[in-house]
Design a binder for this molecule. Structure first.
Ligand code: SF4
Ligand code: SF4
Length: 195
């Protein structure tokens, strides 16, 4: 057999069986992610329990992949995977450490409305007890109060917390317009600071 025929046979034998694997079913699940380098940034994941709906992730999103919708008494924070640039700004900017970049980068859908293409977190909103306006997520108000309590100067802490409680459940506009009635004017705290 000439050398040429031998080579031709070898080449043809390579094509007698499929050269590719069905994906992803043909890939051993244990090896599927074994080649991923350390530090690779894939899809984001949001911890629904930790998220307070503050929208910091929306404000820093470089790919305009993050949106939010206030509908009725619900706020939805949403990321559309196919607009994400994997910049990790949302992970860095989230004050509650609710966002993590995963190593998962595989996603195939045939319809952009497929729920798999989105990360949605739905939060309950507060309704103002004066004007009835829906104004902020319940968890955000609660967290703001916790942070305030942690950082306030001990000399004025009790007064400030008492004032904060007076405004609880009121939207920002109603807090402002009813501030005098609530006896919660901020100047009072400045005065207390210098005593
Ligand atoms: S808590 Fe984090 S994930 Fe939730 S809205 Fe704020 S920045 Fe986004
Ligand atoms: S990783 Fe970047 S582009 Fe993707 S959702 Fe977060 S901020 Fe937006």
């Amino acid at each position: 057999m000439s050398a040429h025929i031998k080579i031709l046979r070898q080449v043809l034998s390579k094509y007698s069986s499929p050269m590719t694997l069905n994906y992803p079913s043909g890939v051993n699940p244990d090896k599927k992610y074994s080649q991923i380098p350390e530090g690779l940034r894939g899809f984001i994941e949001r911890d629904k329990e930790k998220c307070i709906g503050c929208r910091a992730c929306y404000m820093v999103c470089s790919g305009r992949a993050t949106k939010y919708f206030d509908v009725g008494d619900k706020r939805t924070i949403q990321v559309f995977h196919f607009r994400c640039t994997y910049c990790a700004h949302c992970e860095e900017g989230c004050p509650e450490e609710a966002i993590k970049m995963t190593k998962n980068f595989e996603l195939t859908v045939t319809d952009r409305n497929d729920p798999k293409a989105y990360v949605n977190t739905e939060l309950d909103m507060l309704t103002c007890k004066n004007c009835g306006k829906v104004f902020t997520p319940v968890k955000l108000e609660k967290r703001a109060f916790e942070r305030l309590s942690d950082k306030i100067n001990p000399r004025v802490k009790d007064v400030v917390i008492a004032d904060f409680k007076k405004g609880e459940g009121y939207c920002m506009d109603c807090r402002r317009s009813r501030g005098v009635m609530m006896d919660a004017h901020t100047k009072k705290h400045v005065w207390l600071e210098v005593v």
